[in-house]
Each structure stands twice: as structure tokens, then as C-alpha cells.
Design a binder for this molecule. Structure first.
Ligand code: ATP
Ligand code: MG
Length: 570
């Protein structure tokens, strides 16, 4: 695996991250070149039709987002069509909950499938007829070997496979047996339908692959209508063909399945889309396989599929990511032909860049230290800018009073060199307010600092007319009597190693400190009426989003979406 860190800083410094139109634009990739060529030669009669074909056996993750952005982006850019198709051919692992979440996630990302929510299982009848067609052509047979026997007779990369003793059944016998399989006369696993291709093909996928298995299991949409289910290899190309897909875009691991899909469609003589493979997204410090994500959920390592630490679309949404940021991320990483590990910092860059423009600045103190301004005995409202990046965002009033909270980490009794915040006898500016001076440090019996007594300089009020006095440090604060308590959840990476997926003991690499819950952060009063999914920048602390799962009428809960700077930058 190559790790993509080297490029990040150049990308971040140079790219205009606004969504670019890939046609003719800079992000035109090799798939666009293929499509341009097809349009020139009129290969598909001028049509471009793509699809996103998830199996509904889990929630979508950021890798799927890449595929959605790519497939939908192509349809959009060429005025083509984009289908959402559930590849729901396996009755054992699929559930309606996953279907619903996938529809929601694709819509949220902006993938516009219009009214085309399609299901592979709706084509079972057509596929069955096509299988019968292949049997009639002498290209498929019913085999009585069990799964183990089939695996053992497949051969290896260096040795050819062995032909099944059932390979030369007559067409009539095959038709009859397949019909009886269909009617439910045989138990699970007792027979399969296999394509009759070539047991000594150098491509193992062409060694008489299985087309149908017997599985007596209820299907989430088809109920008990079927007890034979098509394999992925048989179903996938057929589904694309039935929908008139022109460019069937998939990840690299299907490259050596392409000759098999080609074979099926050529034997059937039906519409034959062009398959194009691209490298899947792998993201550092996380795992992406649905099997592993499911394990994290089932075994309680995370708080559901939408846990804000999960690389799922629903997890990112709950954490405060925006669809725009994920689309921009997909744009930046581009599309390649070679597998790599993408640095998660690039995704964080994309969300920061987006929230910087849209999130209002507010003040919140996460770990409070009380400050008493001994020479201030009044109350006033100060004016604060909502978003310096957005002139339309306006200003708001924030209350100032005698007792304040500041961040514990903004005071140090014995500061190192270069610490410009509050120190005994030192001065600091309170954002949008005054310069204060630390006159006295109050400690409890353990010697912990529990309060600072300070004085303020009335001549230093922020804004017009303020004195010229300058100090190096500016810190945030809230007024003790006006602020309110909220829960704030801080997240770290889910895993401690860069590529946990490659590790046998990947669960052992979970970061035990990936979640820190602060139960009584102090927030400025303007935040009081925040609604789930509202997004803010807490000055100096990062971007935060109201959690929709745990927020109640009594208590607001905030998730930190991302820190302000890349704290892992070396
Ligand atoms: P997983 O391997 O995580 O279980 P999958 O590939 O089995 O996922 P599907 O539901 O089959 O999941 O995926 C739907 C589509 O998303 C496929 O076309 C697949 O190519 C694409 N896809 C899945 N994972 C990634 C990824 N990491 N990067 C890009 N595309 C992906
Ligand atoms: Mg798959």
C-alpha cells in the first residue's frame, strides 16, 4: 500500500476546493476520457447511464460515498442517468433497515436517482429465464457436488481444475433438475447451477462458476417466492444489462471477474455495458469493510452505525460533516487505478474548509476555570462578529459580567517560554472584551488552581475607541451568570495504527481514548436554542455540531466535528 500523505499539503495549498465541473475541468479522470471517446464513436447512442449498486447488508461508508460521487457525478456531468440499485440477491444478510439507511444516505449526499430505486431481486424472473436459455444452449448444468467439493476441484493458479462428474448431463436432464431446484424439491446446498465454461482457464473465475445456489430462506422483498438465489457473479452483470447501464463502474477486485461477466452477456446476446474498474478508497486510522463495521456495532465497541467515530455516512452526518465537504473530498482524492491508503487528514481538511465558511463563531469553555474581575461591578453586552468569513452573518451581543469562566489550559502558573496566555501578574485579552491582569491565584487544599482574581483595564474595550495597548494572547471566555451547561463529546481516531485493516489483531488496535465526554462545558447564552445538527465554531476549540441522538429538552449535547488545525500535522 502506498500512503498518500506526501501529496496532501500541496493539494491543500493549491487546490480551489469548490466543486468543479469535471467535464473539461481539472478533475477529469480516466473514466471521463473513456466516456468522451464513447460519445465520439457513438457507442451507446449518446447515452450515459451509471448506477450505485450497494448490497443492503450494512450502512454506507465513506468508500461508498466515493463511488456515489463518481457515478452520480458522471451522470450529472453528461446529462445522463443515475440509478440506485440494491444488489439484494443474498437473503441471509439483508435487511430493510439497511435499505432505508442507504436511500437516506445517497439522498443526503446529493446523489439524484430521481424515481429509480431499483432492486436486483425484482429481476429474479428474468435471470431465471436467462439461466434456462444458457442451459438450452448447453452452457450451464446442474451439479451435485457440494460447496467443499466444488472448491477443491477448482484447481489453483498453477494447476487446472477438475471437471465435475455432472458436467455432461443432457440439456433435458439439466432443464428438469433446474426446474425442480426452482420448485423447492431439494435441500440447501445439495445442487447448484454452474456455467459450463472451461475448467482449465487461467482465470479461475471462468472455471465453471456457480450461478445459482439453493437457499430456503425468506427474502426481505420476495418473501418465500424463491429458494434458488443467483450468485453475485451471475446477477451483477445481468442487473446492469437489464437496466441499460452504459458504464458499469466498479472497484479493482472485479477486474478479473470482467471476462466472466463478458462471457455471460455474450452468450445471452443481450445489452452489454462496459465495465470500468477504479481503486477503492482506503482511509487511514479506520476500517472500511462492512463485515468489520458490523462487528464494531454488534459487539458494542461503538454506539451504533451512526456513532460519530464510524467512517459511515450516517456517522459523519451525526458528527457534523456536510455533504459538500464529502463531495469535495471525493473530488480531491480523484480516481485512480492503483490501491492506496488515503490520509484521513485530507477528509478533515475538506470539512474544515467547508465549515470555515458556513459555521458561526461562538464562545464555549470546555474545561472551566473561574475568573473574578475584582474591579468590575457592572454588567454589559459586548458585540461579537458571527463569522469573519461571511459578511452576511452579522454580529451578536454577548454578556460580560464580574465572574467569568476561561479555559483551564489558558492559565499556567509556571509557563514555558512562548506561553502568551494568562500567567500570575500577566495580561491577556478577553476576546471581544477587555484586557485583564491576573492579580491572585486561589488554590484548594490539594494545591489545584480553582479561581483567578483579576483586574480589567476599562480603556481596552474591544472595538472603536479602544486604547492602543497590545498584548500577545487573546482567549475566549463566557460570563458565569449567563452561560449554561452542556455536554460536549470530543473524538479522537478510532484506531491507534495507520492501517488497522491490515492487522490480524485489528480489534486490539482500537483507540481506548477515542471518546472523551465533558459533562459540564460552559456555553454562551446565544447557543441555548440550538437544534440538532446545528453547526458552530467554538472559538479556538474546533467545529461542533448538536448531536441528534442524545440532545434532550433539558440538555444539549455537542459533538466535536473536527479540530481547528490538523493536530496530527508533523
Ligand atoms: P465492503 O467490502 O465494505 O463490504 P462492498 O464492496 O461489499 O463493501 P457493496 O454494497 O457491494 O459493498 O458496494 C456498493 C458499491 O460501492 C460497489 O460498486 C463498490 O464497488 C463500491 N465500493 C465499496 N467499497 C468501496 C470503497 N472503499 N471505495 C470505493 N468504492 C467502494
Ligand atoms: Mg460488494
Amino acid at each position: 500500500m502506498i500512503i498518500f500523505t506526501h501529496k496532501i499539503w500541496t493539494v491543500m495549498n493549491n487546490i480551489d476546493i469548490k466543486s468543479t465541473n469535471p467535464v473539461g475541468g481539472k478533475s477529469k479522470n480516466f473514466i471521463y476520457e473513456i466516456i468522451d471517446e464513447d460519445l465520439k464513436t457513438n457507442k451507446w447512442g449518446g447515452n450515459v447511464h451509471t448506477r450505485f449498486p450497494p448490497e443492503p447488508n450494512g450502512y454506507l461508508h465513506i468508500g461508498h460515498a466515493k463511488s456515489i460521487c463518481l457515478n452520480y457525478g458522471i451522470a450529472r456531468d453528461y446529462n445522463g442517468k443515475f440509478n440506485l440499485r440494491f444488489d439484494d440477491t443474498n437473503p441471509e444478510k439483508e435487511e430493510q433497515e439497511y435499505v432505508d439507511s442507504i436511500i437516506e444516505d445517497v439522498k443526503w449526499l446529493g446523489g439524484d436517482f430521481e424515481d429509480r430505486i431499483l432492486y436486483g431481486s425484482d429481476y429474479f424472473e428474468q435471470m431465471y429465464l436467462w439461466a434456462v436459455d444458457l442451459i438450452k444452449k448447453g452452457k450451464a448444468y446442474v451439479c451435485d457436488l457440494n460447496a467443499d467439493e466444488i472448491r477443491q476441484s477448482r484447481g489453483t493458479l498453477t494447476e487446472p481444475g477438475k471437471e465435475s462428474p455432472y458436467r455432461n448431463r443432457t440439456i433435458e436432464e439439466n432443464l428438469e433438475l433446474f426446474e425442480r431446484m426452482h420448485k423447492g424439491e431439494f435441500p440447501n446446498g445439495s445442487k447448484t447451477l454452474r456455467a459450463k465454461i472451461d475448467m482449465s482457464s487461467p482465470n479461475i473465475n471462468l472455471r465453471d462458476p456457480i450461478m445459482y445456489r439453493i437457499v430456503h430462506e425468506e427474502h426481505h422483498r420476495q418473501g418465500n417466492d424463491w429458494c434458488i438465489y443467483p450468485t453475485y457473479d451471475w446477477a451483477h452483470g445481468n442487473e446492469d444489462s437489464i437496466e441499460g447501464i452504459t458504464h458499469s463502474i466498479c472497484t479493482l477486485e472485479f477486474e478479473n471477474h470482467r471476462p466472466l461477466y463478458d462471457w455471460f452477456l455474450d452468450q445471452l446476446g443481450v445489452h452489454h455495458p462496459q465495465q470500468i474498474e477504479f481503486a477503492r478508497l482506503n482511509l487511514s486510522y479506520t476500517v472500511m469493510s462492512k463485515r468489520r463495521l458490523l462487528q464494531l456495532v454488534k459487539e458494542g465497541f461503538v454506539d451504533g452505525w451512526d456513532d460519530p467515530r464510524m467512517p459511515t455516512i450516517s456517522g459523519y452526518r451525526r458528527r457534523g460533516y456536510t455533504p459538500e465537504s464529502i463531495r469535495n473530498f471525493a473530488e480531491i482524492i480523484g480516481v485512480a487505478k492503483r490501491d492506496a491508503l488515503t490520509d484521513i487528514a485530507l477528509l478533515e481538511y475538506a470539512i474544515r474548509d467547508d465549515l470555515n465558511k458556513r459555521a458561526n463563531r461562538v464562545m464555549a469553555v470546555l474545561k472551566p476555570l473561574k475568573v473574578v474581575i475584582t474591579n468590575y461591578d457592572s454588567e454589559e453586552e459586548l458585540e461579537a462578529v458571527n463569522n469573519p468569513e461571511d459578511p452576511d452573518a452579522g454580529t451578536r451581543k454577548i454578556p460580560f459580567s464580574r465572574e467569568l469562566f476561561i479555559e483551564q489550559s489558558d492559565f499556567m502558573e509556571n509557563p514555558p517560554k512562548g506561553f502568551y496566555r494568562l500567567v500570575p501578574g500577566g495580561e491577556v485579552r478577553l476576546r471581544y472584551a477587555y484586557i485583564i491582569k491576573c492579580e491572585e491565584v486561589i488554590k484548594n487544599d490539594n494545591g489545584d488552581v480553582i479561581e483567578l482574581r483579576c483586574t480589567y483595564d476599562p480603556e481596552t474595550k474591544s472595538g472603536a475607541g479602544s486604547s492602543n495597548k497590545k498584548v500577545k494572547g487573546v482567549i475566549h471566555w463566557v460570563s458565569a451568570k449567563n452561560c449554561f451547561d452542556a455536554e460536549v463529546r470530543l473524538y479522537d481516531r478510532l484506531f491507534t495504527v495507520e492501517n488497522p485493516g491490515a492487522d490480524e489483531d485489528w480489534l486490539g488496535k482500537l483507540n481506548p481514548n477515542s471518546l472523551e465526554v465533558i459533562s459540564n462545558a460552559k456555553l454562551e447564552p446565544s447557543l441555548k436554542n440550538s437544534k440538532p445538527l446545528d453547526k458552530f465554531q467554538f472559538e479556538r476549540m474546533g467545529y461542533f455540531c448538536v448531536d441528534f441522538k442524545y440532545t434532550t429538552n433539558e440538555k444539549l449535547v455537542f459533538n466535536r466535528t473536527v479540530t481547528l488545525k490538523d493536530s496530527w500535522k508533523k
